[in-house]
Design a protein around this ligand. Sequence first.
Ligand SMILES: [Zn+2]
Length: 332
Amino acid sequence: MSRRGLLGASAAGLAAAGLTAAVPAGAAPAARPSRFGRSAPPEPGKSGFRLRWLGNNGWEIRVERPGAAPATVLVDPWLTRFRTGTYSEQGADPKTPVTVDRAAIDRHRLRADQILVTHGHYDHMPDVPHLAARTGATVLGTESHANMMLALAGPGERRALEEQLSVVRGGEHIRFEGYSVRVLRSLHSMPGPRARVPFPGTRPGGPPPRPRTIADLVEGETLAYAVTSEATGFTLVNFGGSNFSAADLAGLAPDLAMIQPGGSTVHDYVPRLLSCLGHPPYVVPTHWDDFDEPLEEPAVDWGGLEGLREAVAEAAPHTRFVVVDHLETFTP
Ligand SMILES: [Zn+2]
């Protein structure tokens, strides 16, 4: 089967994401306790959220607010997609220069109230300084992410970015108008036989020299983020790496989890993660596309999507696995 062929499967998943039709009789999510006192998740379309996939772990999360304009929260928006060979036999070349294609970013006309950064790697963070300048958004990330973003910022972007950065550590629960953002300490995936975080390290104490290659963009610690609608109580959570800190998920019980394929060296990755999350009604896969391929075309699975689908089906048979394609939306 061609890699494009797999796309057919995801497109079908998306068509089914008009939803409910995808759920066989008797498989409706079981009623479960919730921190918000609900006995069951809201009907599809009633969550107060609209998700749009920007490729890799990039998401545009629109939050409906009764009596106010919708808010927009971006997660790891990376639209430049410079070629790295990450999913080739050889893997990413560490000498690959970091580039920011401002025209390509601007074509998407994104708005943002907040931009949430999960970690510092090249496929998550380098477009954020320009998007921050364009949108005026508040940018959340660790001290290391903040320092690297200041070092990446172009002329004219840096001073504003200093004002827009909100340095977080994990544990924060921040209230914005109509919704809240919870910052969760998390962990990066640890691929390979030695289970090593790629480009590890931190950048404390101030901006480093301008990052020139992808190896200069170190992990800088990893965060996950949960967003809760005040109007509906619906909570979604996004993981920027295929790993997690179990203790930091206690009591979260989200309605929707955006999780990644991979995690091969993480003990019992998918079953343990879904158990920690209380088997959420929805799982939306993220970070499953080969980002050497264009965002304007259907996503090309790098090879992890079907394995994740099977692992979720086995660990959480009542969970709806909703595949969203490039630039498509899903309204849970
Ligand atoms: Zn990474």
